[in-house]
Design a protein around this ligand. Structure first.
Ligand code: ZN
Ligand code: ZN
Length: 580
């Protein structure tokens, strides 16, 4: 048993192929394969599939430059330089530019009326609760109701007075001139896997270049005009400046680090990141407050600024690729399956009527080998008045004669058998000279009353088994057993003995003379004659008249016969050796 298992291990199974000799199919195959190869190569070069990639790691700093002059009511002309408009804090990878401002001057700690928008209107002191504080309030209520202006009275509060009363930013924006400010973006990148460093200020850029370059004529220039960036993002600076917003500066690095095609340059693009429809958005833009403090004759004062502006967020992304043999092998491996498309297309083409129907039939016959389940025994039937062979399944209700065929196939001649049988029939080739002369037996006509309903030839005998109820004919007529050829091919004793000797050349004459062996050989002769080469996995069924005629010629001494057992195909050897 162990040897058996080992033998099973030392075994290799491979697919059987069908080769079609066809110029059309052959050239189509090569055209398809060449197209697939071309596609694979283009994809490989286009997507650089032969490279391994690493993602960028980067740092960004920005330096804004520019000066703007504004006129503020109550303050007068004011010059804003970078310290004023950059806002108090610099966030990581972003910078802020003030574009609009609401100034509230000379605020001192004290008591003053709340702005009607933030507090509530009142008539008497009873309306104002002392010590109360609301989320919108600028300070804490003192409990008095005081005049805000000529018309309105509001609760008095303890706060930085006077309170900020303006809510809407000035239009047009006070610092709309910030459009002409410039920013120098410094971006250092690194690809850790390849230990590769790079800056967006390229080595060949010198001081003179940076002073004069602009994006209109050099897309690599790292100095940007704010107005240009906002315009590239599809916005209008003058509108965006009023309430502020967020602009994204996208720097994309797509680097090829292979020596032959080395290239690693940044690509800049701009996009607005916040919701721009201010009439649809509840709190549009960006704003925040800060104050500048000073002391006037011992009292602390402050100037409050509510600033609106544009925040620029710099986002860096990208990757670098370098040739990798492993990646190349993986890519080639992943593309091999595409070649299966060729066989799918060609098989489909052969299967459809687009190609020759004859070739398709031939191809599928050669390619597909159908195997029947052992349980489903398919019988084949050959009628003497019909050229084809019928394939049918045994029925439990109908006699075999009446079962409808599953399919009808042309008869395939077993030429080897035909030639052998004919050569044995040649005069002077009689192998057994002791044999009786050719039988001249006429079948005794059976009494007419016995003819079963399914018989068409008048020679069949009734049977208790439905599978044995089969006649030699489809329509009424003469029985095949009445043909002289039946005598010669099926019943002729010297022929049967010669066939038995052919299969077992050393058998004793007594063995060959056994009636059981001769009877079974006669059945086999009948099958070879009438079915030729029967369809694969089917079993020929012999008509009742022929069975009875053979039994009559070679009877069983005890009158017992095994009958028709539809099982798998029997071999010639089984025919020669024993029961069918
Ligand atoms: Zn019959
Ligand atoms: Zn018959």
């Amino acid at each position: 048993m162990a040897r058996c298992g080992l033998l099973g291990l030392c075994r290799y199974e491979t697919n059987k192929l069908v080769r079609i000799q066809s110029v059309r199919l052959g050239s189509l195959k090569w055209i398809l394969n060449a197209t697939i190869l071309l596609f694979i190569c283009i994809m490989m070069l286009w997507n650089r599939e032969y490279q391994e990639f690493d993602l960028v790691v980067s740092s960004v700093t920005a330096k804004v430059k520019g000066v703007a002059q504004t006129h503020l009511t109550g303050i007068g002309d004011l010059v804003w330089d970078v310290v004023d408009y950059s806002g108090p804090s610099q966030e990581k990878n972003s910078f802020f530019v003030v574009t609009n401002v609401i100034v509230t001057k000379n605020q001192k700690q004290g008591k003053c009326p709340e702005a009607p928008r933030n507090g509530r209107l009142c008539r008497t002191d009873k309306d104002c609760e002392k010590g109360a504080w609301g989320q919108q309030n600028h300070g804490i209520q003192t409990g008095s109701c005081v005049k805000f202006d000529v018309l309105k009275k509001t609760c008095e509060i303890f706060a930085w007075c006077p309170v900020e009363t303006k809510t809407n930013p000035p239009r047009p924006a006070l610092l709309a001139a910030a459009e002409n400010f410039t920013v120098l973006i410094k971006n250092n990148i690194r690809f850790p896997a390849f230990n590769y460093f790079r800056r967006n200020i390229l080595p060949e850029m010198n001081d003179a270049y940076l002073k004069s370059c602009n994006r209109a004529n050099d897309s690599l220039c790292p100095i940007f005009r704010l107005g240009d960036m906002v315009r590239d993002a599809g916005e209008k600076f003058s509108e965006m400046a009023i309430e502020g917003g967020v602009i994204g500066i996208l720097i994309k690095w797509d680097c090829n680090l292979d020596r032959l095609m080395q290239r690693c340059l940044p690509r800049y693009s701009f996009r607005r990141l916040d919701e721009k429809e201010s009439n649809r958005t509840l709190y549009p833009g960006i704003n925040f407050r800060y104050a500048k403090y000073n002391t006037v004759s011992g009292v602390e004062e402050r100037t409050l600024y509510k600033v609106f502006g544009i925040r620029f967020d710099v986002m860096v992304f990208g990757q670098a690729g370098k040739f990798s043999f492993i990646q190349l092998v993986i890519y080639i491996g992943s593309t091999l399956s595409y070649y299966a498309l060729t066989s799918i297309v060609l098989d489909w083409l052969i299967g459809t009527s687009c190609y020759s129907a004859e070739v398709g039939q031939n191809y599928s016959e050669k390619k597909v080998e159908s195997v029947q389940d052992k349980q489903k025994c398919v019988l084949c039937v050959s009628y003497v008045d019909e050229n084809n062979i019928r394939l049918l399944k045994k029925s439990l209700k109908k006699s075999l004669q009446d079962v409808k065929p599953m399919s009808v196939q042309p008869r395939k001649e077993d030429t080897g058998h035909l030639r052998a049988a004919l050569s044995l029939l040649q005069p002077g080739v009689d192998v057994d000279h002791d044999a009786q002369p050719l039988l001249n037996h006429k079948p005794e006509p059976k009494p007419k009353v016995e003819r079963p309903s399914w018989c068409k030839c008048d020679c069949c005998a009734p049977s208790s088994l439905l599978q044995e109820e089969l006649c030699c004919r489809q329509s009424d007529g003469a029985c095949i057993t009445s043909s002289p050829l039946f005598e010669r091919l099926v019943l002729h004793r010297p022929l049967l003995e010669a066939v038995l000797l052919y299969h077992d050349p050393l058998s004793a004459p007594a063995d060959r003379g056994r009636t059981a062996a001769l009877r079974h050989c006669a059945y086999r002769q009948y099958m070879s004659w009438r079915f030729g080469d029967p369809p694969v996995d089917t079993q020929p069924a012999i008509p009742s008249c022929c069975v009875w005629r053979v039994r009559e010629e070679y009877p069983s001494p005890d009158g017992q016969y095994s009958g028709f057992k539809p099982t798998r195909m029997v071999s010639m050897q089984a025919c020669a050796n024993g029961e069918v």
